[in-house]
Write a new protein. Structure first.
Length: 161
């Protein structure tokens, strides 16, 4: 039996930290669905369509990773895609409290879907979408943080505004 996993998130935008987690997950599971959430409690820099396009362009090298957008609950989307595992990334201690409450809530909503935490390689431990957005706004070099296609999209965003 194959085990499929979803990796849900906002991906505003996708960074090398997310890609690092995806590379690890793609070695562990038969199929990984990078799932870009329509719902978010924060205002996003990129639209859902833009976030989806940047994710798709950034994971082409991973043959068992597919990219979808979804509305509503991640556990419902996982079930609709026959995924029994939900992957989340754990960085510093600061992620822990939020990720734990999310995992416990999701287990209550659907006990059949297991959350699996993956730790990124050390160099991505402090990388986040929000830091990347701030660096882009300040005109920083972005090559260590995001793929070239994402760096271009970030530069274009702040050029226009
Ligand atoms: P969300 O808004 O749902 O937290 P994100 O797109 O910010 O979505 O992140 C999705 C998942 O990826 C989260 O579990 C987050 O902790 C994880 N993540 C983000 N950046 C990194 C990173 N640099 N290393 C490891 N995991 C990460």
């Amino acid at each position: 039996m194959s085990t499929n996993a979803i990796y849900p998130g906002t991906f505003d935008p996708i960074t090398y930290g997310h890609i690092n987690i995806l590379e690890k997950a793609s070695r562990l599971f038969d199929k990984v669905i990078l799932s870009v959430a329509a719902y978010t409690d924060k205002e996003t820099l990129f639209s859902l369509e833009e976030r989806y396009e940047l994710c798709s362009a950034s994971v082409k090298h991973l043959s068992n990773v597919e990219v979808y957008t979804f509305e509503g609950l991640a556990v419902d989307f996982a079930r609709s895609q026959n995924c029994s595992v939900m992957i989340r990334g754990l960085r510093a201690v600061s992620d822990f409290e939020y990720e734990l409450s999310l995992a416990l809530t999701n287990t209550t909503l659907n006990p059949e879907i297991e959350t699996v935490f993956l730790v990124p390689s050390l160099r991505y431990m402090y990388l986040s979408s929000s830091i990347t957005r701030q660096l882009a706004e300040l005109g920083s070099e972005l090559k260590d943080f995001v793929p070239p296609v994402v760096a271009k999209a970030l530069r274009d965003k702040f050029k226009k505004e």
